[in-house]
Design a protein around this ligand. Structure first.
Ligand SMILES: NC(=O)c1ccc[n+]([C@@H]2O[C@H](COP(=O)([O-])OP(=O)(O)OC[C@H]3O[C@@H](n4cnc5c(N)ncnc54)[C@H](OP(=O)(O)O)[C@@H]3O)[C@@H](O)[C@H]2O)c1
Length: 285
């Protein structure tokens, strides 16, 4: 009988959660990787993880994927705006399959945040609460990788562009959020809990200073009005809609939407959250 199912299993976070479950000694045969592509999940199948194909947008694929599952990690989908309806289908399938607890990866301070990302996550939390299925919400903060993935560009330009002002970002690497998700999935004391998961807080000025310190290459932060930042993103090849969205995320950072204490994440991990300089050191090109 499969103990745990992880959706988005072929994504960055899902893979790390499965890795963490295996590291904790959960037998591979007790883990279901819910994936859209058999080919993408082939490595997981080779390791003995049960791969089941399903798509949030094809409700008929969900019952077989969740059959016999005790606890489900629902990793949020990646299409803003469409997510509540897609997540609702998964939650309904979990209820029908008798899943004992759904653990959902949401957004930091989703209840009150003015982030453009918040409405989808707030709506999903409401759907969960109304579903009658026991649940745990992991309100994930910013991934440090949102910045470290751009390290080569920062080093090449000698600057970080943004519109976040002196807003603080309490980020943690995906692996830390994955560790927390594995802990919430395997632990027995998380029914009804809503965790605010965040890491070390930094401004983009402090990010630039830490990049400089770790790499030895001088990088500064250049703060722009949101419209100018969006224009710079467009000039670098981003389409207009995405550029506007990314700039609006920086405005949300400037308002403080991504700042929170690291207590919940450290408690779930049983260790301190990975500090910014260590994530940058590990990501150095
Ligand atoms: N906290 C942050 O800074 C941050 C940043 C970016 C995203 N996020 C959120 O966190 C989630 C996980 O992050 P990530 O880095 O693992 O993202 P990712 O690598 O893009 O993975 C997303 C996963 O969701 C799966 N998925 C998307 N739509 C689906 C659908 N309709 N049915 C079934 N599976 C579907 C994808 O399947 P495929 O593998 O088949 O594509 C993929 O495995 C994202 O989806 C997004 O909601 C958070």
């Amino acid at each position: 009988m499969p103990a745990y199912a992880v959706t988005g299993a072929t994504g960055h976070l899902g893979r790390l959660v499965i890795e963490d479950l295996l590291d904790r000694g959960v037998p591979a045969a007790e883990i279901v990787a819910v994936a859209r592509s058999e080919a993408k999940a082939a490595d997981l199948a080779r390791r003995g993880v049960q791969v089941r194909l399903a798509d949030y947008s094809l409700p008929e694929t969900l019952p077989a994927a969740l059959d016999g599952v005790r606890r489900l990690l629902l990793i949020s989908g990646d299409v803003p705006g469409r997510r509540p309806a897609l997540h609702a289908a998964v939650i309904e399938a979990a209820r029908a399959a008798g899943v004992e607890r759904v653990v959902y990866t949401g957004l930091l301070r989703a209840g009150t945040s003015a982030s453009p990302l918040a409405p989808d996550h707030r709506a999903t939390e409401e759907i969960l609460a109304a579903s009658g299925v026991p649940f745990t919400v992991l309100r994930n903060g910013w991934y440090t990788e949102n910045h470290t993935d751009q390290l080569p560009r920062y080093l090449e330009r000698g600057e970080i562009l943004g519109a976040a002002g002196s807003g603080r970002i309490s980020a943690a690497p995906r692996a830390d959020y994955a560790g927390a998700a594995a802990a919430a999935l395997t632990g027995d004391e998380h029914d009804g809990a809503v965790y605010e998961l965040a890491g070390q807080a930094f401004t983009l000025d402090e990010l630039a200073a830490t990049v400089t310190e770790v790499t030895g290459t001088k990088v500064v932060y250049r703060d722009l009005p949101a419209a100018e930042y969006a224009a710079a993103l467009r000039r670098s090849g981003m389409d207009e809609g995405t550029a506007a969205f990314v700039a609006s995320l920086d405005e949300s950072i400037a308002r403080g939407d991504l700042e929170a204490g690291a207590g919940d994440l450290a408690r779930l991990l049983g260790r301190p959250v990975t500090p910014l300089d260590e994530v940058i050191r590990n990501a150095r090109p």
